[in-house]
Write a protein that binds this ligand. Structure first.
Ligand code: ATP
Ligand code: MG
Length: 361
């Protein structure tokens, strides 16, 4: 079986470091292994419109921002197909047929959708499109016969929903769709990176982000405003690591080589953590280290982004070509789906013959 990766992001803002550790970094690594037959990276504008219906301009503006972030992180259009969801209308058609395989109560049980409804104050008036977006995600994944979907932890319920649709479809209509596997980050801190406020996950909608394209001064300001252990008041006080955002970020971003470079008095992160827990290590010192780490991680991304920013028409051309390729692949899957569902009347010679015989006498 072909190995196919699919994943994407909503164009509701620039991408942030949560996206990077949750999915983007992994995508680029996987892309560069050369192990995949096909890689599809989708800018999910149609999904973004499900909770931004009154603000299409926001979605429109952020398409190119997300594309620039992709290119800056090392997604390579020669190796990965970058495309825009709305430009592949087959995805809507697939969603429409999958809707028959899912119950309202099943959608209501989706914990991510539940949390997002609350976050957006949709309780009294949930747009139908928003409520059903897990079904449209199943269409996105299955249209490309994705085998691997690298995403953050919040996407687990979506993958479960997709798998259920695949199983249901295949059992009702015959083996047609491919069962995808979720690929979560290996590191706990990366599954759901908290925001700089230490609350919830970092999310464009919550205004608690460090963006990939952020300037050095801004990164520094955000790091120094970060939440630590509120009981760690004097340097000599013992500190707590649980819920300490600065250490969570170090878990997510620190590489062994950063110690000799920026903090040579410690051999590794474990030693730093031990000292913090014991007492005698101040928050400022840890924050200064985290700032150096983040600056080192983000500097090459920011520089590459500025290069791509010089030729915006070329970025749109990449997305246009990618969308054309994606549409061709999705159209083939849709043909197979319609054949399995027996709604391919005009290519079904056996049907035409059978009906002719029925009416012959
Ligand atoms: P929005 O607030 O518009 O939903 P978002 O910040 O949640 O935006 P998405 O576009 O919904 O971003 O998510 C894109 C991908 O990034 C998904 O795979 C998601 O799991 C991952 N992701 C988003 N935020 C985080 C985070 N804080 N930690 C780890 N992964 C994340
Ligand atoms: Mg989200």
């Amino acid at each position: 079986m072909k190995k196919v990766m699919l994943t994407g992001d909503r164009p509701t803002g620039k991408l942030h470091v949560g996206h990077y550790v949750g999915s983007l970094r992994r995508r680029v690594e996987l892309q560069n292994t050369g192990d995949f037959d096909d890689i599809f990276i989708m800018i999910a504008d149609a999904q973004a419109l499900t909770d931004n219906a009154d603000n299409p301009e926001k979605v429109r503006q952020n398409i190119v921002e997300v594309a620039l972030d992709y290119l800056a992180c090392g997604l390579d259009p020669e190796k990965s197909t970058l495309f825009i969801q709305s430009q592949v209308p087959e995805l809507c058609e697939l969603s429409f047929y999958y809707m028959n395989l899912v119950t309202v109560s099943r959608l209501q049980r989706n914990p991510t959708v539940k949390a997002e409804i609350q976050m957006r104050n949709f309780e009294a008036s949930i747009p139908v499109g928003f409520f059903t977006y897990p079904i449209s995600q199943a269409a996105d994944i299955t249209a490309f016969k994705a085998t691997t979907v690298p995403v953050g932890e919040d996407q687990m319920p979506m993958l479960e929903q997709t798998k259920e649709i695949v199983h249901k479809f295949n059992s009702v209509y015959g083996e047609t769709l491919v069962d995808p596997k979720i690929l979560l980050p290996e590191n706990e801190a990366c599954m759901r990176l908290p925001g700089i406020d230490g609350k919830a996950k970092m999310s464009k909608s919550l205004n608690n982000c460090i963006y990939l394209s952020e300037e050095p001064e801004e990164i520094k300001k955000k790091v120094f405003s970060m939440f630590t252990d509120p009981m760690h008041i004097r340097i000599e006080d013992p500190g707590k690591l649980e819920g300490n955002t600065v250490f969570t970020y170090l878990d997510a971003f620190c590489r062994p080589e950063y110690f000799p470079e920026f903090l040579p008095e410690y051999a590794n992160l474990d030693e730093l953590k031990e000292h913090y827990k014991r007492g005698g290590l101040g928050d400022m010192k840890v924050k200064r280290f985290l700032n150096s780490v983040l600056q080192a991680e983000l500097e090459p991304i920011r520089t590459r982004r500025k290069e791509f920013q010089k030729d915006i028409p070329a970025v749109y051309e990449i997305l246009k070509k990618g969308s054309e390729k994606a549409e061709a692949v999705a159209a083939e899957t849709l043909r197979e789906v319609k054949a399995a569902m027996k709604i391919n009347y005009f290519d079904d010679m056996a049907l035409i013959k059978e009906q002719s015989e029925k009416f012959a006498e």
